[in-house]
Design a binder for this molecule. Structure first.
Ligand code: ADP
Ligand code: MG
Length: 737
């Protein structure tokens, strides 16, 4: 919570209306003092205009069902609030003898809705009283007889006085109630009383940490006014802006904290200084078959600036699939070599490592540079000889997988570490390679680190997660690339698609057919892809040559198949998702993704990125069941899964912009899911929602920068300094550091 305490707080049990047993419930909720309670904000508000009649709810549901929303409007699970009187309640049993409670309520217009309780039906049966009024808050659905139905909605008894208040136009706060509150008999009415008490008694004990100047500039209100009005709004339309103030403060403190961290890192560590004026760079540049894009040039400059600074580079290079990150990495590695340092590039899979190895060999063939590959499947004899060459500094560039830090490799002056497809590695793994490098440098030197990611990380996440990294972004695709045309194909239309593909292959193009893992078991995976391979090869495209690639094949077999596809010996490559990352075959211009509904957005985007890598028009087909077709136009199916499928596929059809896709993905799945378990470094934000608050975070970032630049000693921002000093004592604040 973001304030400074300027008077003694009072333990919660001494507040009017609390007492020992209620105090316990508050303690379990994390509320210990009167001032803590000030920040226990309502989860919603009820007033005349937010309250819907049952008729209005009905209209809303019909509208939602018939018009599927635009891909970027994701609020298909919006909650509604109604007020009604209990007229009937009945415990019923299903055919398989499960008990449930149906409560019938009636609103002022005389319309009815049902509340259904599957859990604790007996408890709720006692809780609801006939003829009593309740506020109902939840997601409304249509029942089998088209009646409005709520499953386990939140409810709140609403007495005469409150109804009267409502009629007068008052906005009534609804607080989140947990089970501790419920068992201590703290309901909303009681909470409202206690909180209004603490507002009177305790508000003066806290002061803002922000300067008025900043608050005014951003259109926020004074802290005391904000808190008061979040609890008891005079003007409900202000609420979102009032609340935003806490999001902003939280983001600001976080950004300042990160900046401190970064400064510290820079102050206290050193890295080899690379001379960036080496002629080999120019020579390499002019040897390229293509012009670098402006973004590539910009990024190379940023990296070179880091490399000559004497401070370790810690940079994230973000660029969509096909944006040309590899070249950028090569420039950096060449510079390392020219300065007599080794560099290593680590990829998440052997296929990808091998591909990098071949690309590097090819692009650097006219330069005196020794490149070696280190992967787990190599035989011991070969590995040992490579290891020896590496430790003797006979090797300049080492390409590999995690075998780079797992086998006992000894590097010689490893000054630059590059991690490709960063999201596949944990933070832990990148630091292990970095440690090995530091050991090879000695004298307390750290290597330069560049992490590259094609999974576009939404801006907000990048800023928070990689706050310790500087971020470079390539947005611009190489010239002549045509946006991939993406189409959803329903299974009943497959023939048309096959015809289209046949024509394209006859023109000399190649196609990928990708199948999902059906179950976790790999056996089924093989069966599925190879079954389809048989079907495609024998019945649909007997005139073409189809290759098969799946996860159970040995590395050499996989490599062999890939190489044959690359050489054009196969027209079609049938595959499981093993090709997801990094494969580069510019002549392959068709991507068919089967059972597309089974893939998440970022995976679909990665897969699609396998085509559109040359100047020829490319196509991506998302094949899915016809049942999702109906859900995209008009349907009464309300299940959120098919809506989410619709949003995913429609998003893919409508954009190729990885960042836009990432934003939608973030909104669909939330940050935790996107980053997976490996990346547990997400700060536990209280107010910020990473999926929606990108802009607020950007503003906070800017303000933090201004403060640190123009007032580095916080002479003007005394209150903020006081707050930060207290927080800084706790090193693990925000889970960083
Ligand atoms: P990614 O960013 O996905 O790793 P790559 O580095 O594999 O992308 O590049 C994709 C393809 O684009 C490669 O074939 C590469 O040679 C090519 N490429 C990279 N930069 C350019 C450019 N400026 N102009 C044309 N082609 C380029
Ligand atoms: Mg790549």
């Amino acid at each position: 919570m973001f304030y400074n305490l300027i008077a003694e707080p009072k333990p919660i049990q001494f507040l009017k209306g609390v007492g020992p047993s209620r105090a316990k419930a508050f303690h379990k909720t994390g509320i210990f003092y009167d001032v803590d309670l000030l920040f226990y904000f309502p989860r919603s508000y009820v007033n005349r205009s937010s309250l819907l009649t049952i008729k209005q709810v009905y209209g809303k549901i019909l509208k939602d069902n018939f018009f599927i929303q635009e891909p970027n409007s994701l609020d298909f699970k919006e909650e509604v609030t109604i007020l009604g009187k209990v007229v009937e309640k009945e415990i019923r049993t299903t055919r398989d003898r499960k008990k449930y409670l149906v409560v019938k309520i009636q609103d002022f217009n005389g319309d009815f809705a049902n509340l259904i309780y599957w859990q604790y039906p007996d408890y709720y049966e006692k809780y609801f009283e006939i003829n009593q009024f309740y506020i109902i808050y939840g997601i409304a659905e249509l029942g089998i007889h088209n009646e409005i139905t709520f499953h386990h909605p939140e409810t709140e008894r609403f007495d005469q006085a409150e109804q009267f208040e409502l009629q007068k136009g008052t906005t009534i706060p609804i607080y989140p109630l947990n089970s501790y509150f419920k068992s201590a008999k703290i309901n909303n009415r009681i909470l409202r009383k206690i909180i209004s008490e603490s507002l009177k008694e305790s508000l003066h004990k806290i002061e803002d940490i922000l300067l008025n100047e900043i608050i005014n500039q951003l259109g926020y209100k004074d802290l005391h006014y904000t808190i008061e009005n979040l609890h008891f709004p005079q003007n409900p339309s202000e609420i979102p802006k009032l609340f935003e103030r806490f999001k902003f403060t939280e983001a600001l403190v976080f950004e300042i904290f990160l900046a401190f961290n970064r400064q510290n890192q820079k102050l206290h560590s050193k890295a080899p200084i690379f001379d960036t004026s080496k002629s080999i760079i120019k020579e390499f540049h002019s040897s390229l078959q293509f012009e670098l894009t402006n973004d590539q040039k910009k990024v190379i400059k940023q990296i070179f600036d880091d490399l000559k600074s004497g401070k370790p580079m810690n940079r994230l290079l973000q660029g969509d699939v096909g944006s040309g990150k590899t070249i950028v990495a090569i420039f950096a590695m060449l510079l390392a070599k020219a300065n007599n340092f080794q560099s290593a590039i680590m990829a998440p899979t052997e296929i990808l490592a091998e591909q990098h190895y071949l690309t590097l060999k090819n692009l650097l063939k006219d330069f005196p540079i020794h490149i070696e590959l280190v992967v787990g499947s190599q035989n011991a004899k070969h590995r040992n000889s490579v290891a020896k060459q590496i430790s003797d500094h006979k090797v300049d560039i080492i390409v590999g997988t995690h075998a780079l830090f797992e086998g006992n490799l000894k590097f010689a002056r490893l000054g630059l570490v590059i991690v490709d497809e960063q999201h596949r590695f944990g933070v832990e793994q990148r630091s292990r390679l970095r440690e090995l490098a530091a050991k090879s440098l000695g004298n307390g030197f750290l290597p330069h680190l560049l992490v590259m990611s094609a999974t576009p990380i939404p801006r907000t996440l990048a800023m928070t997660l990689y706050g310790d990294l500087d971020v470079s972004t390539i947005k611009e695709l190489p010239q002549g690339r045509k946006p991939i045309i993406t189409k959803i194909v329903y299974e009943s239309n497959l023939d048309k698609m096959y015809e289209f593909i046949r024509k394209q292959i006859k023109k000399g193009r190649q196609a990928y057919f990708v199948y999902p893992l059906i179950e976790k078991s790999e056996k089924i995976d093989i069966k599925s892809a190879s079954e389809h391979w048989e079907l495609l090869q024998n019945e649909i495209f007997p005139e073409f040559r189809c290759g098969l690639l799946h996860g159970r094949m040995k590395a050499e077999e996989k490599e062999e198949t890939m190489q044959r596809f690359k050489r054009g010996e196969y027209d079609i490559l049938v595959s499981t998702t093993v090709i997801e990352v990094g494969i580069d075959v510019p002549n392959a211009t068709i991507m068919v993704i089967e059972n597309a509904e089974r893939f998440g957005l970022s995976q679909l985007h990665q897969l699609r990125g396998r085509v559109g890598r040359g100047s020829i028009q490319s196509y991506c087909f998302l094949v899915t069941d016809d049942k999702y077709n109906s859900s995209m136009q008009k349907t009464l199916a309300t299940d959120s899964e098919s809506k989410s499928v619709a949003v995913r596929l429609k998003t893919m059809e409508s954009t190729t912009d990885g960042f836009q896709i990432a934003e939608v993905d973030l909104q669909l799945r939330g940050p935790g899911d996107i980053l997976g378990k490996q990346q547990s470094g997400l700060p536990p934000f209280k107010y910020i929602n990473l999926a929606y608050d990108g802009e607020i975070i950007s503003t906070a970032c800017k303000v933090a920068f201004e403060i640190l630049t123009y007032d580095p000693n916080f002479t003007k921002h005394q209150k903020l300094k006081k707050f930060l000093d207290l927080k800084m004592i706790d090193k693990n604040y925000f889970g960083v550091g």
